[in-house]
Design a protein around this ligand. Structure first.
Ligand code: TRP
Length: 517
């Protein structure tokens, strides 16, 4: 361990910080997830649970994570250690590890985006190719569909995974400094690309019809508790909460920063992006009478591209490239935020050089992402089935996304609310913020949010038990005929729960931290 105090770095400007934080928040989740869910949950009605979750949970927890990082000047594990000792630090590492899994498969998804981006220059729009591994015959399906599955059944995505990791390394190489330079270009470009897609969508014949559908509420579905569960989990994921990201990013801000306003701006930019993305998605799909899908992967890789493929000739390549480039930019500005959060946590603890820390994170991360890109086809006979990598991705996503982030949100509210006292963070925030938080904030952090998260988590667990602990689709997909693979769901669950906990325990057991400037 080095004895020299190491430099943590700082954002150069407030705008730079907001661009980086909103770049983290706006990701793949914003572009199609909102639209996919709005469709699944009856159009306009999904706005209400989503807005509710944003104001009552999203924004306050974002304020909390920003406040925590700035109050302590450290990344998640050390900042929680300062509040609640080893148990706090345990939660911090656990959050990093859980988020580490999400990053691994998120980067795999980005590798497929790269493959599709290459295709968008030509091959993606040609006649449909057969994909024997998935039982797809020539001309069976629109080409983006066949192209995507064809790519999945090859080893190429592993190469693209390496490429995405290299991009990540380049962007985080000097921490806040290089992230700020990259997001200053990427984030505005993302907004421009999105606006271009909206203009193209609404000017297509019948494009506006789709938008009417999006805004026609069906209030019946709001009685379904899974709508609320979906809205909560999505709010955390979309705002990058429960990852330890916002804490790490805010630790690079000067202590006199207006964090409350920054949190609100970042959150509104994030949900605003998701709402306007809905306009593009629904108008493009409706213009060509394509039925949306509830699955994010499906929407991203073949449903929406199928719509783009039906546009007038001169639009196809241009908007196809714009769409996949948009996904890549949005995804990269999100993935780098977690790589940086991990690097920041490890450096706080061990005081390693930036180079060494990044190298360790990238090697482990690359291996993990490569596993999710494994091309072996599990069972071509089954519908909705994918490769081994895709299947593992589904399983890990199920635990890390639907449970992990919410569990961490619960723990951080308890730690700050009950161990430190929410008023301490609030007073720190109020010192420099133009928007002053009242005592209601303490009530939200101590009681309302943890209680609501418990209800949502309890509801999910009850669903697992009812469906045989692994969710219906998993249980069906992993029947006897899979040989040893039928243990995969249990393996994923144990791996996620036991390995994350043991690793977090070991990391938190050593009490000391490196000195920073
Ligand atoms: N907020 C991102 C989204 O909506 C998700 C995200 C942020 C993320 N940071 C991440 C995912 C780091 C993986 C790794 O898509």
């Amino acid at each position: 361990m080095s004895q020299e105090p190491f430099s943590r770095g700082q954002w150069k400007s407030r705008v730079g910080f907001i661009l980086a934080a909103s770049g983290s928040a706006i990701g793949l989740g914003n572009i199609v997830f909102f639209a996919a869910n709005a469709y699944k949950f009856g159009g306009g009605a999904f706005y209400l649970p989503y807005l509710f979750a944003l104001f009552v949970f999203g924004i306050p927890v974002m304020i909390l994570e920003f406040g925590l990082g700035n109050f302590t000047g450290r990344a998640f594990p050390e900042s929680l250690h300062r509040i609640a000792g080893r148990k706090g630090e345990f939660v911090g590492w656990w959050a990093n590890l859980n988020a580490g899994f999400i990053t691994m498969y998120y980067i795999t998804i980005l590798s497929w985006v790269i493959g599709m981006l290459f295709g968008a220059f030509g091959a993606l729009w040609k006649d449909s190719i057969p994909v024997p591994a998935f039982g797809i015959a020539e001309g069976d399906l629109a080409n983006p569909y066949a192209y995507f599955f064809h790519m999945l059944s090859t080893w190429k995505p592993i190469l693209y995974v390496a490429l995405v990791w290299i991009f990540n390394i380049i962007i985080v190489r000097k921490g806040a400094e290089t992230i700020e330079s990259a997001t200053k270009v990427f984030v505005p470009l993302m907004w421009i690309f999105m606006i271009l897609l909206i203009i193209r969508g609404v000017t297509l014949e019948n494009g506006m019809q789709g938008i009417y559908l999006l805004f026609t509420p069906n209030f019946e579905v709001m009685k379904d508790p899974s709508v609320w569960q979906g809205a909560f989990a999505q709010t955390f994921f979309s705002l990058s909460l429960g990852f330890g990201i916002m804490t790490a990013y805010a630790s690079y801000l000067p202590r006199k920063s207006d964090l409350t306003t920054n949190s609100i701006i970042t959150s509104l930019l994030d949900s605003g992006f998701a709402y306007i993305a809905g306009l593009a998605v629904f108008s493009i799909l409706f213009a060509f009478a394509i039925v949306p899908q509830a699955s994010t992967i499906g929407m991203m890789f073949f449903i929406l591209p199928q719509g783009i493929g039906e546009m007038p000739d001169q639009s196809v390549t241009v908007f196809g490239v714009v769409f996949f480039a948009l996904l890549l930019l949005a995804g990269l500005t999100s993935s780098v935020s977690l790589v940086e959060a991990l690097v920041s946590s490890m450096r706080d603890k061990f005081g390693w050089s930036r180079k060494r820390t990044i190298a360790i994170a990238a090697v482990i991360g690359f291996c993990g992402s490569a596993i999710f890109a494994l091309p072996q086809v599990v069972n071509p006979g089954l519908e909705d089935d994918g490769t081994l990598g895709l299947t593992l991705l589904d399983l890990f996503d199920h635990w890390a996304f639907s449970y992990g982030l919410l569990i961490i949100g619960f723990c951080e509210c308890i730690l700050v609310g009950w161990f430190l006292g929410a008023d301490k963070v609030r007073l720190h925030l109020n010192e420099n913020s133009s928007i002053k938080l009242g005592a209601w904030f303490d009530v939200l952090i101590k009681f309302v949010i943890p209680l609501a998260l418990l209800v949502v988590l309890g509801y999910s667990v009850w669903g697992e038990i009812k469906d045989g602990l692994f969710g219906t689709s998993f249980a069906e997909n992993f029947s006897e005929e899979y040989g040893f693979l039928r243990y995969a769901p249990r393996f994923a669950l144990a791996y996620w729960l036991i390995i994350c906990s043991i690793a977090a325990f070991l990391l938190a057991r050593r009490g000391s931290f490196a000195k920073a400037e």
